[in-house]
Design a protein. Structure first.
Length: 672
């Protein structure tokens, strides 16, 4: 039996040996590793640059370029060369003071240059002796890039002498060398190739590096960056990335934002830009500065790009908080000054929804979230930025009152739309499995394909009854409205939400209102306003067009809104009948369509409700015989259209009075 079965003691011993091979049961001083020099960076690169992905790969370029920018911001460099030599090697050169090359006091056997590139937390930016403000604050930028590079070469032209040192994966390949005289050269050149052992197959993107250079040049208007790369490194079809270009923005962020926006339609022009010094520090040294450029746009694209000491802060931070607070308080204060109570509802969301902006701050000893510096956490920055901008916002708004009023109106509209979205629910078109709850007065059509259908908006039940009888039941729907609808350009948000007629109309169309308007959900291909051919009818049509322009702008811009053209007169002689649109058309038709001295019977329609069904169908509703006018809002005239709607339909009667005075002489005949 002993040959066939192992004893329990033997089995237990084998299991113990197996566990011992997996995890050692001993834990003593021999298990404690001490990583020296730059070995921690190579073992755990994510702790220093966020990972080993494409973003981390390009972050190495940012670290070296930031050092060159710090020299420029400090006033010691005026030009920077950035040369992408191949897909994996980048060279950055500045004409600054040059990295110190003399022996370091603490490490006399090493040059200061070697200490900077091989020692974590070594640099000239911990105190304010060499730099008032800087982007490199932790003393790890150059050394981390060196540690993660297959090869890094530093050349320093200083004191009319050129020095060079070569490193490989963070370790010096030799001592600092005196290469020779350099009488006409100064500054630091760093050429590096990221290590494929760390980053795998990642390569540099020419487009990404060019954008990085452009953003850096915009942040300091006194610097010129010479960008260069081999043409074969630019992706096919990329026309926005040059192979050789001098990048300079004389007006800083203003020039950069203007170039970035191109022909984007703006609410106002030009870009609002400026800069301000921040309060002095307790020791009397400069407190830094803030620079901004803001464009107010027609579209809903919102961008706020921020920087601190030329470092991009994609996750924002306290400086952005101060910027938002200054804008909100500025526009609310302007509303108070103009005695517009609704301005108190404005939030940062309402303002920034129409804003494309760039913000840059230079402050001493900034605190960032993590080594990659994606977010500024310096608490004092919010107060400093808000304080610097508040007076300048008030001054800018007060110096441009008409523009300020227009902007305030847009902000209020956005605030009211935001509040309205909480209550208004979009209505989808009915399907075979689900029937929608539609307004009780709506007489719907039977066809389901929205593109083949149309809805007539008519005044009152009388006109609605005639339209129902004259319509094509398959493709034409009718919604009667009660009298003159609310003027949305002058009504409050509360009145808009409480108005039953507008709620019925919104529900019938199903495409939503405000920023939630989506014509893909529109239940009808054509929305046709059909009112009486008189002054009252024109007034109702104007109110409806104002509603659609202000609340369903996309519906108008996409060409879904029409005006029906019902005749005002029916002219009959014997068996012949023609229709006239107005008084002038009546006189012309009598002369042109009938014989002289013919006794023409002239019937004036009192309204659509009094028009015989046959006449209504033949003149206004039959697609084969009717005339429709499409309501359009041209993109290039949007600002003018917005101003005209505000003048004629808005809350200020003095604007309407002024318009009447300016155009009174152009009125030759007023049909009343």
């Amino acid at each position: 039996m002993s040959d066939l079965f192992e004893s329990d003691k033997t089995k237990k011993s084998k299991r113990a040996d197996k566990r011992k091979n997996v995890v050692s049961t001993n834990y003593d001083a021999h298990d404690i590793e001490v990583l020296e020099g730059l070995e921690p960076v190579r073992r755990r690169p994510g702790m220093y640059i966020g990972g080993t992905d494409d973003n981390a790969y390009h972050h190495l370029a940012s670290e070296i370029l930031d050092n060159a920018m710090d020299e420029a911001v400090a006033g010691h460099a005026s030009s920077i060369d950035v040369f992408l030599e191949n897909s994996r090697t980048l060279m950055v050169r500045d004409n600054g003071r040059g990295v110190p090359t003399d022996p370091h006091p603490k490490f006399p056997d090493k040059s200061a240059l070697e200490v900077i590139f091989t020692t974590l937390h070594a640099g000239g930016k911990f105190s304010s002796k060499a730099y008032d403000t800087s982007g490199g604050l932790h003393g790890v930028g150059s050394s981390v890039v060196n540690a993660l590079s297959e090869q890094l070469i530093v050349e320093v032209a200083r004191d009319r002498t050129l020095y060079r040192q070569v490193f490989s994966r963070g370790t010096p390949s030799g001592p600092l060398e005196n290469v020779g005289n350099a009488p006409n050269r100064r500054g630091t050149t760093v050429r590096f190739t990221p290590d494929a052992e760390i980053f795998g197959n990642h390569i540099f993107s020419a487009a990404r590096l060019y954008k990085l250079c452009a953003s850096k040049a915009a942040l300091f208007r006194g610097v010129t960056i010479h960008w260069k790369c081999e043409p074969n490194l630019i992706k096919t079809g990329d026309d926005s990335t040059p192979s050789d270009k001098l990048i300079q923005f004389p007006n800083g962020l203003e020039d950069a934002l203007t170039a970035e926006l191109g022909d984007s339609p703006a609410l106002i022009a030009p870009v609002w830009a400026g800069e301000a010094e921040l309060p002095l520090a307790a020791d009397g040294r400069t407190g830094g500065k803030v620079e901004w450029a803001v464009a107010f746009l027609e579209n809903s694209i919102s961008t706020l790009t921020s920087y601190c000491n030329t470092i991009p802060t994609p996750q924002g931070g306290t400086h952005e908080n101060g910027f938002r607070s200054a804008l909100v308080k500025g526009f609310r204060a302007w509303g108070d000054q103009r005695k517009i109570k609704r301005a108190s509802a404005i939030t940062a969301e309402d303002i920034l929804g129409t804003v494309s902006a760039k913000l840059s701050v230079f402050i001493r000893d900034p605190q960032f979230q993590g080594q990659t510096k994606d977010k500024l956490t310096t608490h004092e920055a919010a107060r400093l930025v808000e304080g610097a901008l508040r007076d300048r916002i008030d001054h800018w708004l007060g110096g441009n009152p008409q523009q300020a009023d227009n902007l305030l109106a847009v902000m209020i509209e956005r605030a009211e739309d935001r509040l309205r979205r909480r209550e208004v629910k979009e209505t989808a078109r009915k399907s075979a499995t689900r029937k929608l709850r539609l307004p009780g007065k709506l007489t719907d059509c039977t066809r389901e394909n929205a593109a083949e259908t149309e809805i007539f908006l008519v005044e009152g039940e009388s006109a609605g009854g005639s339209a129902r009888q004259a319509r094509d039941r398959e493709t034409q729907a009718v919604l009667p409205l009660r009298g003159k609808i609310l003027n949305v350009a002058s009504a409050t948000a509360d009145k808009l939400r409480a108005n039953q007629e507008l709620r019925d109309l919104t529900e019938a169309l199903g495409c939503g209102v405000g920023s939630s308007c989506n014509v893909k959900n529109l239940r009808y291909g054509r929305v046709i306003i059909m009112t009486d051919a008189d002054v009252d009818g024109a007034h109702i049509a104007s109110l409806l067009m104002t509603f659609f322009y202000r609340e369903m702008g996309e519906l108008v811009r996409s060409g879904h809104l029409y005006l029906a053209q019902p005749p005002l007169y029916r002219l009959t002689h014997g068996s012949k009948t023609v229709y006239a649109m107005n008084d002038q058309d009546r006189d012309r038709r009598i002369k042109s369509d009938f014989k002289a001295n013919a006794k023409v019977e002239v019937s004036r329609f009192k309204g659509l409700g009094e028009m015989p069904v046959k006449d209504l169908k033949q003149t206004t509703m039959d697609p084969a015989k009717r005339t429709l006018l499409r309501v359009v809002a041209l993109p290039e005239d949007r600002l003018m259209t917005s101003d005209r709607v505000e003048s004629l339909m808005g809350r200020k009667p003095e604007l309407r009075f002024r318009f009447i005075q300016e155009h009174a002489r152009s009125v030759e005949d007023l049909d009343v």
